[in-house]
Design a protein around this ligand. Sequence first.
Ligand code: DAH
Length: 344
Amino acid sequence: MNDLDRQLTELQERFGAAVAAAPSAQALDDARVAFLGRNGEVTSVRRSIGTLPPEARPAAGKRINLAVEAMERMLGDAQVRLEARAFETELAQVVDVTYPGIEPPVGTIHPVRRITEQASAYFARHGFAVVVGPEVEPDYYTFDALNIPSDHPAREGFDSFWLTDSLLLRPHTSPMQIRTMQQHRPPVAIIAPGKCYRRDAVDARHLFQFHQIEGLLVAEGVHFGHLKGMLSGLCRELFGPEQQVRFRPSFFPFTEPSAEVDTTCPRCHGHLQRCGMCGGSGWIELGGAGMVHPNVLREVEYDPDVYSGWAFGVGVERLGLTRYGVDDIRRFINSDPDFLEQLR
Ligand code: DAH
């Protein structure tokens, strides 16, 4: 090993030690200037080439360049190492990965949807198809085909949002009876859940947009007893195994006879005189029902002498009031996570 070799090896070792010990980017740069800078140690070695015999100079130059390359590699490695260390230090200050996390709020299935799904599943289990239809309907499906001609006073009961002379936001799900029967020959067994709209003033019992579940069964030999059985089953599914169902005489143009459907108060079962849910009557009203009117069957070309059927319509929010013991229907549309969370 000649003098130059020894000198450069020693230089490289010192540089390596300085770089390895550099605690900061600034210290690293100081080392770079001291060794590789314009007036640094490598430059004085280069200058010493002039003292060598001319034929030895090219080899010496090459040897110096190799040393410089090696030192620049050391410098680059040290830079990467320092940056990684700085990042880790910063992380350790900012993020304590052992700290318990913040649980993000998780939503719940809305009660209206849950009841709709549960009722749908119940009817599907009994062979009913679940159908959905348009929320904008012609008056034909909403009224005329359901045995409510334009001069019929029952139209007044449906205070509707009219879009044109003949188009409206459906005020009930009953149009789906007609749509289904026009497309299928009997027997038909469907339920039709969906949104409905009425120009009602909003209060604790009314919304202008709400949900109904319509039910329809038409076949040979269908009678009121089947309806009572299915609705009793639904109430037991939704409210508990003790539920009873009763019918009170009523009127709907599309059914004859017609009935109002009540179920036993799931809170007091008729045992509390001052029950906040049923007012002491022991019964809660669910909706309307009846045997499909012969005029409705004729409208869809079903022979009323051969086929009979029943239909019902219940309000989903009303079912929710009863099921969850809620006193104000507006709570279902206030999007209050604390309230919805309680009904989980
Ligand atoms: N469509 C009626 C309403 O919204 C409810 C109803 C009553 C539906 C009797 C029916 C039925 O299918 O048979 O007030």
